[in-house]
Ligand binder design. Structure first.
Ligand SMILES: *[C@@H]1O[C@H](CO)[C@@H](O)[C@H](O)[C@H]1NC(C)=O
Ligand SMILES: *[C@@H]1O[C@H](CO)[C@@H](O)[C@H](O)[C@H]1NC(C)=O
Length: 254
């Protein structure tokens, strides 16, 4: 029922600090962006600011406070979370009014594109972080869990808020701290209305890179052989041309 009422109001604002170099071309040096939305689902809204794709801060709507992405930002800027709350409340009441006044069908759900990768190069026994990146989905309603050897993991997990992606869609990161072993396998399990069933994106430690290195050596040797054969064949043609007398360079005044 609620799903059919989903309607996201979203305000995106781009501030380009433009530089005009000698040429007429315009390039953006820095981009600041804020993303505010309200919806009938959970979470009911989100308010976040980005600077050059770094999450600057977001407003925690439940705790009514500003959460800084990088502590450096908080020393340079101030943002009063209380200031954002009336704005979000206004968005929500506008949303309810829109839904009542208009008979709008929801745009189709767009499932996330999911990738799982480690933060640092993987070494046995060295603590690391697995990152599950969900991209280009709509609406911003998700259930994401981590599985180790098929079992739910709740410790060592964290996540970002919904972040603006392209075409009015969203992206989001989920993290899991872990210690790589040869046996453990991991999955990022995602539920979204755009998916017929929950998706599992798998990650496990790869065999040491020997296979890849052997392959590289083979390709390298093959390249060298092909190059040498080319030189030999080329030399043969040149020698033949010189001997055939058709080469204008050896046609003398005789
Ligand atoms: C809303 O739209 C649907 C299909 O677009 C239609 O079947 C339904 O009668 C409409 N309801 C109202 C109250 O206009
Ligand atoms: C997320 O899980 C809750 C509880 O199991 C469920 O009611 C809800 O439909 C799920 N959401 C999605 C997007 O599948």
């Amino acid at each position: 029922m609620f799903q059919s009422k989903a309607e996201v109001l979203r305000a995106s604002f781009l501030a380009f600090l433009l530089s005009l170099p000698g040429s007429a071309a315009i390039t953006a040096d820095h981009v600041a962006m804020y993303d505010i939305f309200a919806q009938m689902q959970t979470p009911s809204g989100d308010c976040m600011y980005e600077f050059d794709s770094d999450e600057q801060f977001y407003v925690d709507l439940d705790r009514e406070e500003t959460v800084w992405g990088l502590s450096e930002f908080s020393t340079v800027y101030g943002f009063d979370a209380q200031g954002a709350l009336p704005y979000i409340a206004r968005l929500k009441s506008n949303l309810r009014a829109l839904i009542q006044r208009h008979n709008i069908t929801q745009v189709p759900s767009e499932p996330p594109e999911v990738t799982v990768f480690p933060k640092n190069p993987v070494e046995l026994g060295q603590p690391n972080v697995l990152i599950c990146h969900l991209d280009r989905f709509f609406p911003p309603v998700l259930n994401v869990t981590w599985l180790r050897n098929g079992k739910l993991v709740t410790e060592g997990t964290s996540e970002t808020v919904f972040l603006p992606s392209t075409e009015l869609r969203f992206h989001k990161f989920h993290y899991l701290t872990f210690v790589p072993t040869a046996e453990d396998v991991y999955d990022c399990r995602v539920e979204h209305w755009g998916l017929d069933q929950p998706s599992l994106t798998h990650w496990e430690m790869q065999e040491p890179l020997q296979a890849a290195e052997t392959m590289e050596t083979v390709v390298c040797v093959l390249g060298l052989v092909v190059g040498l054969v080319g030189i030999v064949i080329g030399s043969v043609f040149i020698v033949r041309a010189l001997h055939s007398g058709h080469d204008p360079r050896i046609q003398g005044p005789l």
